[in-house]
Design a protein around this ligand. Sequence first.
Ligand code: NAD
Ligand code: ZN
Ligand code: ZN
Length: 339
Amino acid sequence: MTTMQAAVVKEFGKDLIIEAVPVPTPGAGQALVKLITSGVCHTDLHAIEGDWPVKPTPPFIPGHEGVGDVVAIGEGVTEIKVGDRVGNAWLWSACGTCQYCRTGWETLCEAQINGGYSVDGSFGEYMIVDAKFAVPLPKDADPVDIAPILCAGVTVYKGLKMTEAIAGQWVVISGIGGLGHIAVQYAKAMGFRVVAVDVADDKLALATKHGAEIVINALNENPVEVIQAKTGGAHGVLVTAVHPAAFGQAIGMTRRGGTIVFNGLPAGDFPAPIFDIVLKGLTIRGSIVGTRQDMEEALAFYNRGEIHPTVSSRTLGEVNTVLDEMRHGKIDGRVVIQY
Ligand code: NAD
Ligand code: ZN
Ligand code: ZN
């Protein structure tokens, strides 16, 4: 039996165990991918902590921003071949036949399988992908640089579309972490004017570097007051923060008729003032990753040179340190594991 090194969650809230596990065999419609890199998303941390109502079942291997090359294919695979560069994604597969899949909402499929959650992901030297949902990637792209597009990129691109803002309008990006610093760049590329909000000055410096016009540290200033005074209220707000407080604040940041999109998924609730929502005619919606079509569009922005993730690369052996840094908000941009 051939084995590979992987980082395995054995128990929620505990360090991942790095150990030798069997290299999986691709089943029908699947491919085996030898990984080159994998981004580390805050969703991996939620998975490891068991933060959400629907939990994965340990032992499992997290990771849904994996980039690698196909080394074997299972029966009946026609979409990809050995040697192709592909990625995995949170939307590892969907049924293809339900009402959601049929209407362009495969991200809402109730039978979907999630990478690094309900099926093993990319925190190991090899992973399995569903050939119909593997993300085709260009071979000339830097595998460290492109990894964050597979979740952070597609998620914020779709989230920004869901704000229904148009070029020239104000958009707030609340939370300038792995998702948020890329959201600033998509927002700029989509023609929006950007306000960035975070609770750490180094994150705001990153937002300025990537094109934010106004930056606000929510610990030092009241973001609602500053945004209303400087912009008249934002047309769209995208919340990628990992603290529930940012979700309630978004309501006050918005202009009348504006749309708030939630990407962040911290455990918890927030108070929502009914009067403001009704009188201001606000729309509040959640947005979960993106479809394969959204992924293709998000990658096209990257391939045209419009998106430059701030990345640092680490080894699989450092994964527990990286997760600890993420818990404490100490990561600039995205960390990408390099195999
Ligand atoms: P990250 O840890 O890289 O970044 C989180 C950022 O939030 C940090 O910059 C932190 O300083 C900031 N923050 C914390 N408290 C804040 C506050 N009160 N106001 C403003 N900013 C605050 O995390 P990430 O990888 O960018 O993921 C962010 C969230 O998005 C996570 O909850 C993750 O699970 C979720 N996520 C959702 C989707 C989706 O499809 N909806 C996809 C990927 C990730
Ligand atoms: Zn993710
Ligand atoms: Zn479906």
